[in-house]
Ligand binder design. Sequence first.
Ligand SMILES: Nc1ncnc2c1ncn2[C@@H]1O[C@H](COP(=O)(O)OP(=O)(O)OP(=O)(O)O)[C@@H](O)[C@H]1O
Length: 238
Amino acid sequence: MSAGGVARVSGLVVRRGDRTVLDGLDLEVGPGVTGLLGPSGCGKSTLMRALVGVQRTHGGSVTVLDHPAGSAPVRARVGYVTQAASVYDDLTVGENLRFFARVLDVPTDRVDRVLAEVDLTDQAGDVVGRLSGGQRSRVSLAVALLRRPELLVLDEPTVGLDPVLREDLWRLFHELADDGAAVLVSSHVMDEAERCDRLLLMREGAILADGTPAAVKESAGVDTVEAAFLALVRGEAS
Ligand SMILES: Nc1ncnc2c1ncn2[C@@H]1O[C@H](COP(=O)(O)OP(=O)(O)OP(=O)(O)O)[C@@H](O)[C@H]1O
């Protein structure tokens, strides 16, 4: 693995139903905030599931922190937040966090720290079922942060959030990356691209571009990441 590499995908093949979603994909994920951007259905969630070791694969390999993805030595070192909130609606925010801290064998004094990180300290006594969508997704994120993951995989964490909350979350992703985590964030909206240290532009299971937002725009000779994506797609078609 190259210096700083946290996850490495090599020749990955994944079929879902009768469709080959990933067909020999190669990439590495390192420290910093990496954005995985591409249209709905291009395979972002499938790739993320493979990185955390919950996706059946049909070829190639996925290595995380020098171990096979999903294997016992890395499970506690990887955090994964899906699009569906995975917390208990009938418990309060604090009760959820304390419950998961016990299940995950994390000292319960981490709970206050992660609630502050996701800006939910004031909601600690609120029942999750009565929170807004953005607050609920931050509870799931707080659970994922309990074990201080070295690789944090976030599947469309900003969908449906208002601009202020999106801004706050992106700031948090960068703070986590500054603390040393590799943060992989998927999105199907290109306007999130500028917030990433590195971009992976994906289409139909393939990586079209890999680089900083500035480099991706410059190599396509355009001003926005969206225009770069379109130029790359047109270039492929011609
Ligand atoms: N459970 C499933 N069974 C069969 N095919 C599936 C299943 N889940 C996803 N797929 C197919 O796999 C392909 C990739 O889906 P995936 O969820 O990885 O895309 P995505 O880029 O994450 O999309 P989105 O942005 O909408 O979440 C899609 O064509 C989808 O139809």
